[in-house]
Design a protein around this ligand. Structure first.
Ligand code: FAD
Length: 409
């Protein structure tokens, strides 16, 4: 498809080979564009030697994106867990809500897959594409818009000219700061503790979340019926204390916080702690530059949406670029890139504030608010039409989806 002239090293240089940058590079590669992907890290081949505490809930829309990126089929069946139901309830009160994929004739609500499994599948696919060149241990250090091309230089002095640079270099994006794009960041003063635990009772493929007054505690079902990945959002001191506590103390406190829903905690993996914030870049695009994934925004993990939103960015930008290249247009033009920004910025903003709303609602200790939110949970639970609409939207089956995220692969 591409007719990259000799003045360009690539149509697009992607900075960052995480889930979002890797998927984006695969999508462009599949469409025949010439791509260079740089990552500051070392490439790790099949690096999953131990239990990965970083585990993602992947929506059905993200499944489509990973399929079209050519990565999904490289994930083994025994590396993908399904969750067919979801159970959400409040520490203070009897209100609860239950979702079941069967009620909307779907085989599953989504998947639970470890971060490293997805990265390995993407890297395998990237290495298979002749029009995509991956360079590891290469940190982007400098960019310059030369009007007809974007020049990017790495810390080691490698230089690349392309029509467009796409930043997928995470929440502390170097490219975003080189471009002087302001990142509106709100520190939640919360941290999330993540690890994989073995429970006394089987999870029955149900994703569970209990809202505690310090923050939500989620158990995501893994392939082993007794294993779940947990994400426990709480205040930073508590998270640190949990991380450092003896296994037996940690297991006891976790089971108690989860109201012994899955019985005793029998075993647990390494515990990792992430600080939590919500952030949004003031602009997603400039001439010859676009931001995707965490470099453009971060959200609270309470709905497990961060990477899913980033994948929608990758799909929306790929839609726009593939279309513009097929019409012979310059993919780095601001008018082209604005189409991506219009599709994603408002949408990400709405999700961000919806998560904020939930967070504040469930942390509110006023009795009236507690009573109202429990009533609200029960009301939605008893209204199938509203419940089904929420489910379809959250699963990525409906809504304003990029073409790449829709339908069959
Ligand atoms: C506790 C927790 C639980 C979560 N759970 C979920 C979940 O269940 N579902 C979900 O969808 N999301 C979840 N998220 C969010 C998710 O982790 C992120 O949104 C996602 O990983 C962002 O991916 P990314 O590729 O944009 O950034 P990153 O994963 O941060 O990747 C950035 C890449 O850029 C590279 N890089 C950085 N700087 C440079 C540079 N100067 N030059 C070259 N390369 C560079 C890095 O080496 C890295 O490979 C969770 C987040 C947290 C904190």
């Amino acid at each position: 498809m591409t007719n990259t002239s000799d003045n360009f090293d690539a149509d697009v240089v992607v900075v960052g080979g995480g889930i979002i940058g890797g998927s984006f590079a695969c999508l462009l590669g599949q469409a025949g564009l010439k791509v260079i992907l740089l990552d500051a890290g070392v490439r790790q081949v099949n690096s999953l030697k131990k239990v990965d505490a970083r585990v993602f809930a992947i929506t059905r829309a993200s499944e489509q994106i990973l399929k079209k990126a050519g990565a999904w089929r490289r994930i083994q069946e025994n590396e993908i867990a399904c969750f067919r139901k979801m159970h959400v309830w409040d520490e203070n009160g009897l209100g609860e809500i239950n979702f079941d994929s069967a009620s909307i004739c779907q085989p599953t609500m989504g998947y639970i897959i470890s971060h490293q499994v997805i990265i390995d599948a993407l890297q395998e696919k990237l290495l298979d594409m002749e029009n995509v060149r991956c360079i590891w241990s290469a940190s982007a250090a400098f960019i310059k818009n030369e009007t007809n091309a974007m020049l990017l230089e790495t810390e080691d002095g490698l230089q690349f000219r392309s029509k467009l640079v796409v930043a997928a270099d995470g929440c502390n994006s170097k490219i975003r700061s080189l471009a002087n794009i302001h990142y509106h960041k709100h520190d939640y003063k919360q941290s999330a503790l993540a690890c994989v635990v073995t429970t006394e009772y089987p999870h029955e493929e149900i994703a569970r979340q209990r809202f505690l007054k310090r923050g939500p505690l989620a158990f995501l079902p893994m392939l082993d019926p007794h294993q779940s990945a947990i994400v426990w959002s709480t205040n930073p001191d508590h998270a640190q204390r949990l991380k450092e506590s003896d296994k037996s103390v940690f297991h006891f406190e976790l089971a108690e916080a989860f109201a012994n829903e899955l019985g005793e905690i029998k075993e647990s993996s390494e515990r990792i702690v992430f600080p939590l914030s919500r952030a949004q870049a003031e602009q997603y695009v400039q001439p010859r530059l676009a931001l995707i994934g965490d470099s453009a925004h971060t959200v609270h993990p309470l709905a497990g949406l961060g990477a899913n939103l980033g994948l929608l960015d990758a799909a929306a930008l790929a839609d726009v670029l593939i279309d513009s290249v097929s019409r012979g247009r310059d993919p780095g033009r601001l008018q082209v890139l604005r189409r991506y920004e219009r599709r994603r910025k408002g949408e990400n903003h709405s999700v961000m504030y919806l998560m904020d709303g939930f967070k504040h609602l469930f942390e509110n200790e006023t009795q009236t608010v507690q009573w109202l939110r429990n009533l609200g949970l029960d009301m939605v639970d008893s209204l199938p039409i509203a419940k089904h609409a929420i489910m379809k939207r959250a699963m990525g089956l409906e809504g304003n989806l990029p073409i790449i995220a829709r339908g069959r692969s």
